[in-house]
Design a protein around this ligand. Structure first.
Ligand SMILES: NC(=O)c1ccc[n+]([C@@H]2O[C@H](COP(=O)([O-])OP(=O)(O)OC[C@H]3O[C@@H](n4cnc5c(N)ncnc54)[C@H](OP(=O)(O)O)[C@@H]3O)[C@@H](O)[C@H]2O)c1
Length: 320
């Protein structure tokens, strides 16, 4: 079997999860790694059997044997690095958010299309066993027609990577984009109108630390998300209300009308998610088809993210 030769840029905390998932994909080989920190680079190369290591990611991009590249660097580097990966003629797996602006996202998408390259975004939720079980219940008709999707992420976080301070906005593009993408997947549509309120309550945190984001979707369904980084009580949940049933997803559990229909432990939840995500991207490249979380899909969530940022700034709802 010919294996897809993969390179990865930025060996920080999330990269190790991607490498772990990727290492289990039979059709892929972790071939090259790049990071400016030699200790991290050498340790990861040894652990995952990478043949080539580079401190300068541009040298990895010049390596003719590398066919696909995972970009796991801070958010503000996604757009320039994504464009460099595509210009080098390599398929792209990109951490979220796709880029800082919708215009940049469209440029990534158009460049990939023009060059016939695959792009997949790290919208991990679509690959998590819980969200897949919920999606299966929708497909099996167990809640009838979906009407409304609501989510809460309430927590307190005071420690974070230094690069967070360099971002203009964090909470909406960084955290809400996951829930927005999930809503788009469950409701099978895209956003039509967005109203958002955001507040900055943590001086050391870039941009908004709390928000409420309400979206009317094109098929007249609705989404609403509430987020806080200041809550002393942690609460993560997503509720999908359909005409004939309600699905509730807690971090490890899915309930239908209040009865548990699926449960998974923490380790499996994430390891399975990262594996499925890598497997899907490699399969999409090999089969020359869009992945489940292609750049075209990601544009739908980034439309809502950009509209939400504008709405929060102006105090008015924004049509997409
Ligand atoms: N999808 C998800 O659920 C999820 C979860 C967490 C994070 N993320 C995303 O993953 C990305 C990385 O986050 P993280 O938490 O892994 O951050 P991190 O631990 O700080 O890792 C970032 C890596 O990027 C490299 N880097 C930083 N500046 C660079 C530069 N100028 N040029 C080249 N490389 C550079 C750093 O390596 P060197 O300094 O060694 O070069 C570092 O290893 C972010 O976009 C974040 O939004 C996604």
């Amino acid at each position: 079997m010919t294996k897809l030769k993969v390179g990865l840029i930025g060996i920080g905390s999330i990269a190790l999860n991607h490498l772990e998932g990727l290492s289990k994909v039979e059709q892929a080989q972790i071939f090259a790694l790049s990071s400016r920190t030699v200790t991290a680079l050498e340790a990861a190369a040894e652990r995952f059997g990478a043949e080539r290591i580079f401190q300068d990611y541009r040298e990895l991009l010049q390596d003719d044997e590398v066919e696909a590249v995972w970009v796991c660097t801070p958010n503000r580097l996604h757009y320039p690095m994504a464009m460099e990966v595509l210009e080098a003629g390599k398929h792209l797996f990109l951490e979220k958010p796709m880029a800082d602006t919708l215009d940049e996202c469209r440029q990534i998408h158009r460049t990939a299309e023009a060059k016939g390259l695959s792009v997949s975004l790290c919208y991990l939720s679509r690959y998590m066993p819980t969200c897949r079980a919920a999606r299966q219940a929708i497909d099996d008709g167990r809640i009838g027609r979906p009407l409304m999707f609501v989510g809460r992420r309430m927590w307190r976080r005071d420690e974070f990577p230094g690069w967070w301070r360099d971002e203009k906005h964090l909470a909406i593009p960084h955290f809400a984009s996951h829930s927005i993408d999930l809503g788009i997947w469950y409701l099978g549509t895209r956003g039509a109108e967005v109203f958002a309120m955001a507040a900055s309550k943590k001086p050391q945190f870039p941009g908004e630390s709390e928000y409420i984001l309400t979206t009317r979707m094109e098929n007249d369904t609705m989404m609403n998300f509430e987020f806080s980084m200041t809550s002393r009580h942690t609460q993560f949940d997503h509720i999908l209300i359909g005409e004939e049933g309600t699905l509730t997803t807690l971090p490890n559990t899915v309930m239908l009308n209040g009865e548990t229909i699926f449960e998974v432990d923490d380790d499996t939840l994430y390891s399975q998610g990262f594996y499925e995500e890598a497997r899907e991207f490699v399969a999409a490249v090999n089969e020359a088809r869009p992945s489940l979380t292609s750049s075209e899909e990601a544009l739908k969530s980034m439309e809502i993210v950009e509209a939400a940022l504008r709405s929060a700034e102006t105090g008015s709802s924004v049509s997409i």
